[in-house]
Design a binder for this molecule. Structure first.
Ligand code: 5GP
Ligand code: SF4
Ligand code: MG
Length: 465
């Protein structure tokens, strides 16, 4: 998901809509905006679909007055799957002591089932099926005397990944979990401030990037001042390495480095680790593009657009049902036949999850008359599900959970298939020595099976580590 908030800006809602539009790649199912105006109180609008359709009409935007507000774009990873219901669309808003608060959450709470059960037994009335709603109820029950303190209370009970943008009537709040699994950045625009999942959302509103919110940090912004708090015990951070590979936008910057640069460095590593003689390097657009450029530069094999993407389709993976995803590949990608015919082609993609995309693409490429097809993948085999806010399927559906690399190659029907090594990936993201196996710098659980936070709800349901 994507989160965004601003304060100290006339017509905050318009800036939020722009910020969310820049974060649309992080969630396309639905979006929401909450604002506050001293005269009219809190206002909220939650809509299905894309920001550019849902939050552009005057009739919607005029209902969202105020100089402070937050927003969210949704991609369902917990709670109701498939058909998202409007009640699950964030931000969540609750009126309780001291005027109440609204929150927008990116990540996933790994003990949400247990918390929900406990809260319901103690009388909480849940409005949604979302894991994030627990935070509002925990805040409402806290006995602390101001909302940021109540939020600290609440978040100390929450396990898992959270980058949160929240608001009260007067304060904009940003928090990251102690491991800092999901990104969150701070920006400044005129006399106002902005919080966003990624820097590309600051760029769109012309805000200056100030810094990342630290893992385990809470910032409270009021009266034009940013005050930093450290509500949690300090831990070594474990940022999601997959944000570098796929999730973030290539024009964003993470940890002081452009995502595009990292992705093309992954392609360079991949070319060193897994060279092959061929005529063309083609990306599977758009997610494989920067890595393909790096692969081509390092190998000296010409880069070409062998697959053309229809720009009016979203990310296929993020469509929640299998059927839509299956159709999605053909609706979204088409082979540039004239270019491919008779050629030995290296296809570079960011990841193989279920293998649906790769299989379809291989068929399309061979159908167009390619002489050979070699897959090169910019991440290690995805063998474990993510419980921290990326919607990987159940373990059984992950190709790499049940097959060896050779079996995967056979299954996909390609001439060769190679994944970047975990060490190679760490080198590409800037860890010169590769992965420190005793104390890795990133979360890489979907590749290694080493979960930095025990997924306790899942273990309760029988998930075996
Ligand atoms: P597959 O068809 O193998 O299941 O999916 C792989 C494709 O899904 C890749 O092209 C990748 O760009 C895309 N993808 C989109 N979202 C995600 C995600 O959250 N995780 C992973 N691993 N791949 C994703
Ligand atoms: Fe990121 Fe994978 Fe960790 Fe999930 S399991 S947070 S996708 S690295
Ligand atoms: Mg892709």
């Amino acid at each position: 998901c994507g989160v965004f908030g601003v304060t100290g800006m006339t017509s905050a809602a318009n800036f939020i809509a722009l910020g969310l539009h820049a974060l649309q790649h992080r969630g396309q199912e639905a979006g929401g905006i909450v604002t506050h105006d001293p005269e009219t109180g809190f206002a909220s609008a939650r809509r299905f679909g894309l920001v550019r359709d849902a939050f552009t009409s005057e009739s919607v935007m005029n209902t969202l007055p105020g100089e402070i507000g937050i927003g969210h774009v949704r991609y369902s990873t917990a709670g109701s799957k498939g058909a998202t219901q409007i009640r699950d669309v964030q931000p969540f808003f609750g009126e309780f002591a001291m005027g109440g608060a609204a929150i927008a959450h990116n990540g996933n709470i790994t003990n949400a089932d247990a918390l929900r059960k406990e809260l319901i037994e103690r009388g909480s009335i849940f409005q949604s099926s979302s894991d994030s709603e627990c935070i509002i109820h925990l805040m409402a029950r806290s006995l602390q005397r101001n909302i940021p303190e109540r939020m600290k209370d609440a978040l100390r009970r929450v396990e898992g990944a959270f980058s949160i943008v929240a608001m009260t009537r007067t304060k904009l709040i940003g928090v990251r979990d102690p491991l800092g699994v999901r990104p969150l950045v701070l920006g400044k625009i005129g006399d106002g401030w902005a919080l966003a999942s990624e820097t590309c959302a600051l760029d769109i509103i012309g805000a200056e990037f100030i810094r990342e919110i630290d893992p385990g940090e809470m910032v409270v912004i009021a009266n034009g001042e940013v005050v930093s708090h450290r509500p949690f015990e300090a831990k070594k951070s474990r940022f999601c390495i997959f944000e570098h590979v796929y999730f973030s936008r290539p024009d964003s910057s993470l940890g002081g480095r452009s995502v595009y640069e990292t992705r093309s460095a992954i392609g360079v590593e991949l070319a060193r680790e897994a060279p092959v003689d061929a005529d063309l390097v083609c990306p599977v657009p758009d997610s494989g593009t920067p890595a393909a450029i790096g692969y081509s530069q390092e190998s000296g094999i010409p880069y070409a657009m062998g697959i053309i993407r229809n720009q009016y389709m979203g990310r296929t993976f993020i469509e929640p049902t299998e059927q839509i995803r299956n159709m999605g590949v053909r609706l979204k990608l088409n082979v540039n036949r004239a270019l491919i015919r008779g050629k030995r082609v290296i296809l570079v993609d960011d990841s193989v999850v279920r293998g649906t995309t790769s299989r379809k693409i291989k068929e399309m490429i061979l159908d167009a008359g390619a002489a050979e097809v070699h897959f090169r993948i910019a991440s290690p085999p995805t063998a474990w599900p993510c419980f921290y806010g990326v919607d990987t399927p159940q373990r059984e559906k992950l190709l790499a959970a049940t097959m060896s690399e050779d079996e995967m190659r056979e299954h996909l029907g390609v001439d060769s298939l190679k994944f970047i090594s975990l060490d190679g990936l760490y080198r590409a993201v800037g860890e010169a020595k590769g992965r420190d196996s005793k104390s890795p710098a990133y979360c890489d659980a979907c590749f290694s099976g080493e979960y930095p936070v025990a997924p306790s709800d899942q273990i309760e349901k029988g998930f075996a580590l």
